[in-house]
Design a binder for this molecule. Sequence first.
Ligand SMILES: [Fe+2]
Ligand SMILES: [Fe+2]
Length: 269
Amino acid sequence: VASAIADQGATRMSQPHETVLPTPSAWWRDHFKDNRTHFDHVPWDKCSITPDEARAIARSIAEFQLGESSEGKHLIHEARRHADAASDADYALAMSYFIAEENSHALALGRFMDAAALPRKRRTFSDSVFRLLRKGMGLEVSISVLITAELIAQVYYQALRDATQSPALRAICEQILTDERMHIRFQSERLAILQRYRARTGLRLGELARRVLMAGTLPVVWLGHRRALRRGGFGPVAFCRACWACYRVSERLADPAGYDWPDVAPDPA
Ligand SMILES: [Fe+2]
Ligand SMILES: [Fe+2]
């Protein structure tokens, strides 16, 4: 998955003589808008799973389903403020469609859970912590917290896909993985935009904070979801390795030095 995210970036990043800029907001707006029928192909009549499979994934899938269902009010509010300040109205629209896409993940997972007789959750500790972390923070911190969750999701949904034999759940996870790859790109590029005037020391401090957040989150996620992750083929080491591989790609996309900003003097270094 990390290499798939990297491939999307590679074609743009490996052409030093061509002007490379983050993907325009209008493109993201259209992308999220056009992607709304993405679960139509799921074989909804093939949701049944074995009792063993259910025991391994029940608690875990309920937490992720809840996490995907956030209304993102704070994020949309911050995105609007930024869009107004930057005269980038399409960004606010793109963010609204992005939240709708996350909610469509919650709907698809919820539909599967109902069909497979897996109980839903209304509130979990980790979901509350993530929501609290994002509240009251500016756009940059909110996106940083969100990216941490999305990078871990990239590995989690691979495990969930392989944890059962249900063709419906496999199709849902494949689609979520495709969507999340683009989410990571969307959010990482915005971090680059937000940080483009920052001096090198400030950039490195931001990276350090994101790494600390990631390093602190991984053991918590592992402990809370280890049954599903193990069933999907990830031990603790493989899980952390895969998450950090995705993280490195996101970090490169979020580095303003990877783009040719028309309004920023090139760094002599
Ligand atoms: Fe999602
Ligand atoms: Fe996402």
